[in-house]
Design a protein around this ligand. Sequence first.
Ligand SMILES: [Zn+2]
Length: 61
Amino acid sequence: MSISLSCRELGMECPFVTEGETEEVVLDSFMRHVQTEHTGDWFEGEEIYQAASAVVHEKAA
Ligand SMILES: [Zn+2]
């Protein structure tokens, strides 16, 4: 089963969607996108990471 995560789910106006087999893979590719496209700010990045991992974890469960 693959897990998907989109920027919209986290309240960002962006068409980006990523998909992967594990939580790690999805979060990794999502955070790479966030860091290049949305924020260079470490604190904001950390907050997005927390929210993203909660969403992904729920989907994986
Ligand atoms: Zn995005």
